[in-house]
Design a protein around this ligand. Structure first.
Ligand code: NAP
Ligand code: ZN
Length: 353
């Protein structure tokens, strides 16, 4: 075991503060990674503030972070895919049983014995729970490590590991391509990646935002049209016209106005995870054979496919890079939807502490 620097919250109301955490020594299968950048996902904040208490109660201290990019500093004797000096990435998952039917299909995101990057029981017993990427280094089974395209800006790559795959996966599942009209609800970390992917897949892309000030950015990011969702007249123009809508909103909101915008057999997929259940009008669904679905990150093979796609198409997140000393301020701004469009921590800032 060795100690590494990290930022943690000690309770539901505490600020993030400097601490030291244990990491296991790399076993035969493990890759030890020096973390260079870690994105800030709204899930970090939901979990640390115990918003999801009824579903996923927080265990403190919480070291958040599951959008990790770094450089390999050590590999176990059985590791075949990585060597010291390689770039490597880690997303929301650090372990799975690799034997269940879901794992066998590459769907480690639905493995009943999965280990999340932070807050899951640590199956190696290094600490009671796993600790995430707001830290100096991490040790991960090579089967859960991703290869990073070498042509991309690394700070912009980090958010692909959650915001990227979480939007890429449902857009692929619902066959988003040329000729499809897609809505992206909420222009934050996930939303802006959804816009980039939907555009890259050739769809007609419409952004729904509650922030009129984001209109120009939405168009620059790839949207063909922008609708301020609080404006009923703007909403009306799109009634019954969408094949697919991806809802990335992090807070309680009414999804029924968006269901009315779906065409026959259209689907609205929720990836945003507000704490409270949403109300759903059966009539909005019945009149049009419409459906509502959920989607959970993505499996390891699809995450690699997404990273390779980003390498080929030069896609990265738009990041505001911050030193870790500004992480509390960044969380405050995230709550106010004041992010353009993902905060990313430059982990070099932790070294001097
Ligand atoms: P984010 O950067 O904070 O973006 C959320 C966006 O939602 C905001 O920028 C804002 O966009 C909109 N919004 C916020 N409050 C709203 C309200 N009261 N009413 C309507 N719109 C509102 O968050 P994120 O990191 O993208 O995460 C989004 C959600 O996805 C979170 O709940 C997160 O936990 C969840 N998530 C799920 C998965 C999964 O696997 N399903 C994975 C990662 C994250 P506008 O300003 O444009 O309105
Ligand atoms: Zn996330």
């Amino acid at each position: 075991m060795y100690q590494t620097k990290a930022y943690a919250v000690a309770s539901k109301t505490a600020a993030l503060a400097r601490t030291a955490i244990p990491r296991r020594d790399a076993t035969d299968r493990d890759v030890q990674i020096e973390i260079l950048y870690c994105g800030i996902c709204h899930s970090d904040l939901h979990y640390a503030r115990d918003d999801w208490h009824d579903v996923l109660p927080a265990v403190y201290p919480v070291v958040p972070g599951h959008e990790i990019v770094g450089r390999v500093t050590k590999v176990g004797s059985g590791v075949t895919q990585y060597k010291v000096g390689d770039l490597a990435a880690v997303g929301c998952l650090v372990d799975a049983d690799h034997t269940c039917p879901n794992c066998q299909q590459g769907l480690q995101n639905f493995c009943p014995n999965q280990t999340l990057t932070f807050g899951s029981k640590d199956r190696h017993g290094t600490a009671p729970v796993t600790f995430g990427g707001y830290s100096d280094s991490i040790v991960v089974d090579e089967r859960m490590v991703l290869r990073v395209p070498t042509n991309l800006n690394l700070a912009g790559v980090a958010p692909l590991l959650c915001a990227g795959i979480t939007t890429y996966s449902p857009l692929r599942r619902f066959g988003v391509t040329k000729g499809i009209k897609v809505g992206i609800v909420g222009l934050g970390g996930l939303g802006h990646m959804g816009v980039k992917f939907a555009r890259a897949f050739g769809a007609h892309v419409v952004v729904f935002t509650t922030s009129p000030g984001k209109t120009e950015d939405a168009l620059r990011l790839g949207a063909h049209e922008v609708v301020v969702s609080k404006n009923p007249d703007e909403m009306k123009k799109h009634v019954a016209s969408f094949n697919f809508i991806l809802d990335t909103v992090s807070a309680e909101h009414d999804i029924n106005p968006f269901i009315h915008l779906l065409a026959l057999n259209g689907n609205l997929t929720l990836v945003g995870a507000p704490a409270k259940p949403l109300a759903l009008s059966s009539f909005a669904l019945i009149f049009g054979n419409r459906s509502v679905s959920g989607s959970n990150i993505g499996g390891i093979p699809q995450t690699q496919e997404m990273l390779d796609f980003c390498g080929q198409h030069n896609i990265t997140a738009d990041v505001e890079v911050i030193p870790i000393q500004k992480v509390n301020e960044a969380w405050d701004r995230l709550v106010r939807s004041d992010v353009k469009y993902r905060f990313c921590i430059d982990m070099a800032s932790l070294k001097g502490e």
